[in-house]
Design a protein around this ligand. Structure first.
Ligand SMILES: [Zn+2]
Length: 361
């Protein structure tokens, strides 16, 4: 009798452990600096691919990215997004289709945009420049990392050297691997040691930043070797090529980022720790100018350039309904922090004006 009781208890414990595990959610949150909704949903811009001011080899760029229809062009530019996310996920911000998304901060450049997304509100009084001033506000990642269920389980990888300030690494205790930082793993793998060497031996192309390939591979390797429950990956090349006026470089950087997203998704689905319990969030920090009025405006963004407040969001994976590309609704970048907290079941209620609730999918 006693043996039967013990067996029954053991079975019950195993079932509840399996149930708890099934409830556990992981999040992979990827930000792509300055990628416009116009390219996400429309592919290469026909007015820019042939413009010699912005493209070194118009014929080659046209053959790589130009097709007759918008659908073909976007599939060519972001094949993972348009083969996988569009069929299984939720996609906001295609203004031509009728769905809007905007930042609520008044600046329309990076630090205010990231802070808004990560904190859940705009702080136009204190976050007013891209200077690496430690963020006085708590990000949702800091709050998640303080939760006993996620302590030490949030890893951040970023191309731009401002991220330790945006995430206030010193106060938050978040592990933030940014710019020229080597792997922060207590036990670096052979791959991480090789990445450290290559990072030292690669010429810095954009001041204060490293190539997205480094950020991506550090993140991928940490995902495999350390299994963070929350992985934050901030990529920066797309914005840089735009500022430098290289539309072909901008398109190539987008195409490469699409591949990175696909690789992270495939790595998650191949690993029982992440498979079918991971939600992917992919977004940007701001829009940029449109070329309709002035063909140079796509290069820049700020409140002096119309459309720079226009953003977008893709989400897919665990818990996300397959609604595909939305054709109505108005969403805000400040809703993302609340949405991530809700997915992870972490209470998050910052007392700040302008905060908006989590997105209901
Ligand atoms: Zn920029």
């Amino acid at each position: 009798m006693k043996k039967t009781f013990l067996l029954l208890m053991a079975a019950l414990m195993m079932t509840s452990a399996a149930w708890c595990q099934a409830q556990e959610r992981r999040v992979v949150w990827i930000t792509i600096d300055g990628l416009r909704w116009q390219e996400v949903y429309g592919g290469a811009d026909s007015l820019l691919v042939g413009n010699q001011d912005f493209v070194s080899d118009p014929a080659a760029t046209r053959s790589r990215y130009m097709r007759a229809s918008e659908q073909e062009r976007r599939e060519l530019l972001m094949p993972f997004v348009w083969s996988t996310v569009s069929g299984t996920g939720w996609m906001a911000g295609n203004r031509r289709a009728g769905c809007m998304m905007n930042v609520t901060n008044k600046f329309h450049f990076s630090y205010p945009g990231y802070s808004e997304a990560l904190c859940g509100y705009a702080d136009d009084e204190r976050i007013t420049s891209n200077k690496p001033v430690p963020n006085p506000n708590e990000t949702v990642l800091e709050v998640i990392n303080r939760d006993p269920r996620y302590r030490g389980q949030v890893l951040c990888f970023a191309g731009w050297d401002c991220f330790p300030a945006i995430l206030n690494a010193e106060r938050s205790g978040l592990e933030v691997n940014a710019a020229q930082c080597h792997s922060l793993s207590p036990h670096p793998t052979a791959t991480e040691r090789l990445l450290d060497t290559l990072l030292d031996e690669t010429i810095v192309q954009f001041q204060g930043e490293r190539d997205d390939a480094f950020t991506f591979h550090y993140a991928l390797e940490a995902m495999r070797s350390r299994h963070p429950q929350v992985l934050y990956v901030a990529l920066c090349d797309v914005d840089e090529y735009a500022h430098h006026g290289s539309y072909d470089g901008y398109l190539d950087a987008i195409h490469r980022v699409d591949n990175f997203i696909g690789q992270l998704w495939n790595a998650a689905q191949a690993d029982p720790f992440y498979r079918d319990r991971t939600t992917f969030i992919v977004t940007c920090d701001h829009g940029r100018g449109d070329n309709a009025g002035n063909p140079r405006e796509w290069r820049s963004h700020s409140n002096r350039y119309k459309h720079s407040d226009e953003t977008w969001l893709l989400t897919f994976g665990a818990g996300i309904p397959a609604r595909g590309m939305l054709t109505s609704g108005q969403y805000y970048t400040c809703q993302i922090a609340h949405t991530v907290a809700k997915i992870l079941n972490v209470p998050y209620a910052p007392q700040h004006p302008g905060t908006r609730p989590a997105i209901t999918f």
